[in-house]
Design a protein around this ligand. Structure first.
Ligand code: ZN
Ligand code: ZN
Length: 368
């Protein structure tokens, strides 16, 4: 889908919900629809078709981004450089081209303060919360987006391979995390897609552990969760390694998580239920007596943001996966005070199954 096609789909959705205009304020959604990558921008998308939408789509930014936006924003949007507040410029532009009607806004991303300002500026408009409309479109990726995500995942794989050449034992968790992030940047990533997790031994029992200034010992499991942000898209992967021979109990936990991960992975296809996929992994982990050690959902969507829809969990919306969704499959078992294991792949949902974007092997690798 080009930006043009995305906006056309969005406009159709607005018409079906009887919304005349949508004010898009979240930077990631502005980027998705207009192509603009700067931080200060607003878009007004017209549903079209009626006299309340006689004008076309509009984009607003400030002086600092005049050149950048001229190069990036596609011609379907009329560009305006606002002298001061973007919101004021946007509402003024609405009043110029349209009689008051229904104005949708992003109630999931707009601050209470911005909302109060919007009410003040547009007293005659009916304001309707439309948060999630653009996010829902973003859940289904096109070929260009998938190519970017594939490249991000490959880059992250390569960075980890380089880091592992020096082994893990004897280095601090923080040193490994910094090394990994630096290598991703050197390989071309704009940044990591989130702060990397490197967690050894019992620290690995914290699902979102922060890397410590603590040396990684021999004979423990080490969980590494990392991703690259490249060309506007994120990757996400987790592997757990051993630094020398580990206790049988730890190997058992590893084999259990791997079994649950591969079962859930095999169950991914268009039409599969988000809760059903979570249940595939959860049932295996529960039967092994670790129910209380797997407290998060089995996966989440990834794209322009590291966490987006669709969510795969016990409490996710029932809707089935769609072809073109990109999701993680990442069960984990966290035994407090002992160890933690998580194995995570990033996959594209296809009609007949899935395409794995993360390429590293998953059998337990023991490093020197
Ligand atoms: Zn992850
Ligand atoms: Zn994840």
């Amino acid at each position: 889908l080009s930006e043009r096609a995305r906006v056309a789909l969005l406009a159709r959705e607005l018409r079906s919900q009887e919304v005349d205009w949508l004010l898009v304020s979240a930077p990631v959604n502005v980027r998705y629809l207009t192509g603009y990558t700067g931080t200060n921008g607003l878009a007004l998308v017209a549903a079209g078709g009626g006299e309340r939408c006689a004008r076309g789509h509009c984009f607003f930014t400030d002086f600092r981004y005049a050149t950048q936006s001229a190069a990036q924003v596609w011609e379907g949007f009329e560009r305006e450089i606002a002298p001061a507040e973007l919101l004021e410029a946007a509402v003024r532009s609405l009043h110029r081209g349209a009689r008051p009607g229904v104005l949708g806004f992003d109630d999931a991303a707009m601050t209470v303060k911005q909302h109060a300002r919007l009410v003040e500026l547009a007293p005659d408009w009916e304001l309707v919360g439309c948060g999630g409309l653009v996010e829902r479109l973003r859940e289904v990726k096109d070929g260009d987006e998938l190519a970017r995500m594939r490249a991000a995942a490959e880059l992250a794989d390569e960075a980890l391979r380089e880091v592992l050449e020096a082994g893990l034992a004897g280095r601090t968790e923080r040193d490994v995390a910094i090394d990994l992030e630096l290598r991703m940047r050197r390989l071309g990533a704009q940044s990591p897609s989130f702060p990397s997790i490197v967690a050894a031994g019992e620290h690995g029992a914290l699902p979102h552990a922060e890397p410590r200034d603590v040396e990684i010992p021999r004979g423990v499991l080490v969980t590494v969760d990392w991703g690259a942000y490249l060309d506007g898209y994120c990757s996400d992967c987790t592997r757990t390694f051993a630094t020398g021979p580990v206790a049988d109990a730890a190997v058992e936990v590893y084999e259990l998580v791997l079994c649950a991960q591969e079962a859930a992975l095999r169950a991914v296809h268009a039409g599969a239920g988000a809760r059903a996929l979570d249940a595939v992994a959860r049932t295996i982990i529960e039967r092994a007596g670790h129910a209380e050690h797997f407290g998060h959902g089995v996966g989440h969507g990834v794209g322009m943001e590291i966490h987006e829809g669709p969510r795969l969990s016990r409490t996710a919306p029932e809707g089935p996966l769609r072809s073109g969704n990109v999701v993680t499959v990442e069960p984990g078992v966290y035994v407090p005070g002992v160890c933690g294991v998580r194995i995570e792949d990033l996959v594209v949902v296809r009609e007949d199954g899935q395409e794995r974007l993360t390429g590293l092997a998953k059998e337990l690798v023991t490093l020197d």
